[in-house]
Write a protein that binds this ligand. Structure first.
Ligand code: AFP
Length: 313
């Protein structure tokens, strides 16, 4: 080994090896890896379309797609005829599209670039993916076999869960995803809370829950990006993210299929919980692609406490 080159590579576990050792079936391993690789292309698109660069011109002269549509195009084009994906549903599209020949094993949902309105503030944003083994639009618990997200922050990180725990990887300088947090397990209780929606819009039960957390000296962590805000609860091993039912919008803001089901799958794999305030997110039947749903997601103590306050209201 040449002098000075750190020999961390001797210990680095890359994504493919991790999934093989975890016993993830081969086509699902390849699909998860393929989507993780697309994270690099999406990140490149974020940098390429950097509006901070003076006089930035789209070198291809094509009409500059909005970033989230570009991210959607990247995902769809690479999944099409990949041999693994039969249907693709995206927050950027009106309907589910067939992108395979018809016999493929998996059905993919995507929020291609969640939090894209934060790009100009240089805050972290992310791609959220659900991988189903049955046609989309049924209960998550029955059909979701894996979920993942890629976060574009100071580092590019990727978290996946495929039934054997939740694991985080970081993209290194060599362009490989190497393991950074193996089998993440949430504590029973955390000390951070992340609160969406306007206080004036909160229902009485939700307000009482928040006042309880404030009395318990929880620390507020809210960026306006679901991926980094959720990621903070996961990596800090506890706490709660909530985007609640609002007086004017009883279904809240976040989408059940594209945002909440994948994150609920991941948090449960890490020993946490996700509910709409009454029932588990993964037990809720998806009526339509853009169905919104209130969410309380994080460590068990806080999610159970939220349910108590809401039930008592
Ligand atoms: P954008 O994708 O429009 O930026 O919205 C991000 C988001 O869907 C989710 O990532 C955040 O948790 C939530 O909206 C923030 O909503 P508020 O702006 O109402 O706080």
């Amino acid at each position: 080994m040449a002098e000075g080159i750190s020999d961390y590579t001797k210990f680095a576990i890359d994504l493919r090896r991790h999934m093989w050792k975890a016993g993830v079936e081969i086509e699902l391993r390849r699909l998860i890896w393929q989507i993780a690789v697309m994270g690099k292309y999406i990140s490149a698109k974020i940098h390429e379309s950097n509006r901070k660069l003076a006089g930035f011109k789209n070198i291809y002269g094509e009409e500059q797609l909005t970033l989230d549509r570009s991210a959607d195009e990247i995902l769809k084009n690479h999944l099409e005829d990949s041999g693994f994906v039969r249907e693709y549903a995206s927050e950027e599209r009106e309907a589910i599209i067939q992108i395979g020949q018809g016999g493929e094993k998996y059905f993919v949902t995507a929020d291609p670039l969640d939090g894209s309105s934060l790009v100009d503030t240089n805050l972290a944003i992310g791609t959220i993916i659900g991988i189903h083994k049955e046609p989309i639009l049924t209960e998550g618990r029955e059909t979701l076999v894996a979920a993942m997200y890629i976060m574009y922050g100071p580092l590019i990180t990727m978290v996946y869960a495929a039934g054997k725990g939740a694991h985080e990887f970081v993209l290194n300088r060599e362009g490989e995803y190497v393991l950074s947090e193996d089998n993440i397990r949430l504590k029973e209780r955390g000390d951070i809370y992340s609160l969406g929606g306007l206080r004036s819009e909160w229902t009485p039960g939700h307000l009482k829950f928040v006042e309880y957390l404030e009395k318990e000296s929880y620390k507020l962590r809210y960026s306006g990006g679901f991926v980094p805000d959720f990621n903070q609860v996961l990596i800090k091993r506890g706490g709660i993210f909530t985007y609640p039912a609002l007086k004017e919008n009883p279904r809240g803001k976040l989408r059940l299929l594209f945002e909440l089901q994948p994150m609920a799958f991941i948090i449960e794999q890490a020993g946490g919980m996700a509910t709409d305030g009454k029932q588990d997110i993964l037990s809720i039947k998806v009526e339509n692609l853009n169905q919104r749903c209130p969410v309380y997601i994080g460590s068990r103590f806080e999610v159970e406490k939220a349910k108590e306050f809401l039930a008592a209201a």
